[in-house]
Design a protein around this ligand. Sequence first.
Ligand code: ADP
Ligand code: MG
Length: 440
Amino acid sequence: MEGSPPGVWERALEFLEQKLRPSQFHTWFQAIDCLEVDDRSIYLAVPSRSFRDWILKNYRDVLQEAVRRSDGVERSVEFVVRPLPKVPPRPPEAPPKIHNQVLLNPLYTFENFVVGPSNRLAHAAAVAVTESPGTGYNPLFLPGAAGLGKTHLLQAAAHAALVARPDANLVYLSCEAFVNQFISAVAKGDLESFRYRFRHVDFLFIDDIHFLARKDRTQEEFFHTFNTLYNAQRQIVLSSDSPPKEIPTLEERLVSRFKWGLVARVEPPSFETRMAIIHSKAKLRGRELPQSVTEYIASRIETNIRELEGAINKIQGYAALVQKPISLGMAKEALRDSFAPAREATIADIHNEVTNYFDLKPADVLSRKRSKSIVFPRQIGMYLARELTGLSLNQIGEYFGGRDHSTVLYSTDKIRRLLDSDPLTQETLESLRKKILGNA
Ligand code: ADP
Ligand code: MG
């Protein structure tokens, strides 16, 4: 600052320190370096554009006043973005860009994400927030059960955001990491750096936000992080194992904020989507599977895509071991331990018990009759056959009156839905299961 009026910035800082709350002063003004002062301007170095924008948005007037008061000269305040901030007494650990790319799985891209009815909305929204961040769906909140692709979607959006805006400040992390970093910041008495890190981002992706359950202090902290980013129109994307209001002990004000933008559930994939995912994953691993094997896996693993992948791995590993082409028989062999039921039953046992239970003629259950009193028991039979035998969809359909696999799928889906809502169906199945396994 040779040649410039001494002390202008120092006096301005004194004024700011009096005017502002300590946290505001430390976070925003201690990181600023005065580069130059002349009669007309004062040149201040700030660590990033977003930092500058924030100051202009929130502190323009008080800063102007502080500069004017220091020696009575009217100067314009000019900002110079200089990536490395000076080292203040309590240094905000302030890399101007916080790319956590290293932590992104390179395979979790939109390209590798199979879109189906179960995830179409979530996918579309994830694409949208990378195209117009901060303005449309903010926050984007993606609830869904484990293994349905939430992490994949979040990371795909993070990848895409970095492609679209390579110089964006982007933070992607698990909620657990957020909680841990908060706790250690509190322990070190270094909340300033923590806040700096999270309140200056253009994109904040937090995976598994339900981890905030029962963590009051972190919830409080996150609340402020959220507000800061939201007000600055920075994009927030969150995933969770449940919708906002079902996260235990989540403060009401967070629940309501999580619903401000878009809540797009990720649902369990349909049979067709599971087929497409298996196909895509097998291909990514460099070894495609025959259609029959794909169908076998898709019909056996219904809710968790991570398990679908596990099954593919087992089959491909097994094939490599025995050095033979993959066949349905081999797939069954490779997966024998994975989903063998506790006890196997034969389809004839099932048929027999269903017939007795509903007091029908054995031939009716296997006929093509469509009356309600027969259709329901037949659907129950198909459901149990899928659960308790190793037969394929087509084999089960064949047995129950020469039907195809789609009828079997339809029937079992229908029973599964009933099971969610109807205690009578639950009881029916429970007692049939006992009888069948007792005979098996
Ligand atoms: P979650 O975070 O919901 O528990 P993940 O995102 O970890 O689930 O997904 C589990 C696995 O399933 C990952 O390997 C992911 O790539 C894969 N997966 C999930 N959904 C899809 C999809 N629609 N297309 C392709 N792969 C998917
Ligand atoms: Mg996950």
